[in-house]
Design a protein around this ligand. Structure first.
Ligand code: NI
Length: 173
């Protein structure tokens, strides 16, 4: 297993819709194992393949707390087939380090996908799991959490990002 580099905003790969997985081969198994290791090391509760530079419909999620048993989920070619309710919760993203914001999403969802062997499964989630499913499936469609907030908040984010990016550039030169 290997730790993969996590791509950061504004990397273009994060904006591209990922391609469906068609073969469940050894290469896919290696990618999934590396993504799991990278997610735990970050640490994060979810990771999408395009965040590690691979534009394929693969994501991993584990929303268990540190004193709980692990609840690892591998999603291949996922789509959400049912949305229910509404909840506003604070969210962050490994590709936008240091930034969190309240995002309004469905409270409960059902996702249909394949597991790592290619078997079709359905995952029902509410609370933090529903949140992670929506966040990671958004990633696979090229959507970031800053696309799920209001225009004014997004402008504020961009200004702050530009300021921090420019001070980083200045400190390196
Ligand atoms: Ni994210």
């Amino acid at each position: 297993m290997a730790l993969l580099e996590i791509r950061k905003y504004p990397d273009n790969i994060l904006r591209k819709k990922t391609a469906p997985v068609t073969t469940f081969d050894a290469g896919l198994q290696r990618l999934i194992d590396d993504m799991i290791e990278t997610m735990y090391a970050a640490p994060g509760v979810g990771l999408a393949a395009n965040q590690v530079g691979v534009s394929k419909q693969v994501a991993v999620i584990d929303v268990s707390g540190k004193d709980e048993e692990t609840s690892l989920i591998v999603l291949v070619n996922p789509e959400i087939i049912h949305f229910e309710g509404e909840a506003s919760i604070e969210e962050g993203c490994l590709s936008i380090p240091g930034y969190t914001t309240v995002v309004k999403r469905a409270e409960k969802v059902i996702a249909r996908c394949c597991d790592r062997e290619g078997k079709e499964i359905e995952i029902e989630g509410d609370g933090i799991l529903a949140r992670a499913l929506q966040h990671e499936i958004d990633h696979l469609n090229g959507i970031l959490l800053i696309d799920r907030i209001g225009r004014i908040k997004k402008e504020f984010f961009k200004k702050r990002y530009k300021r921090e990016y420019e001070s980083l550039k200045a400190s390196l030169s």
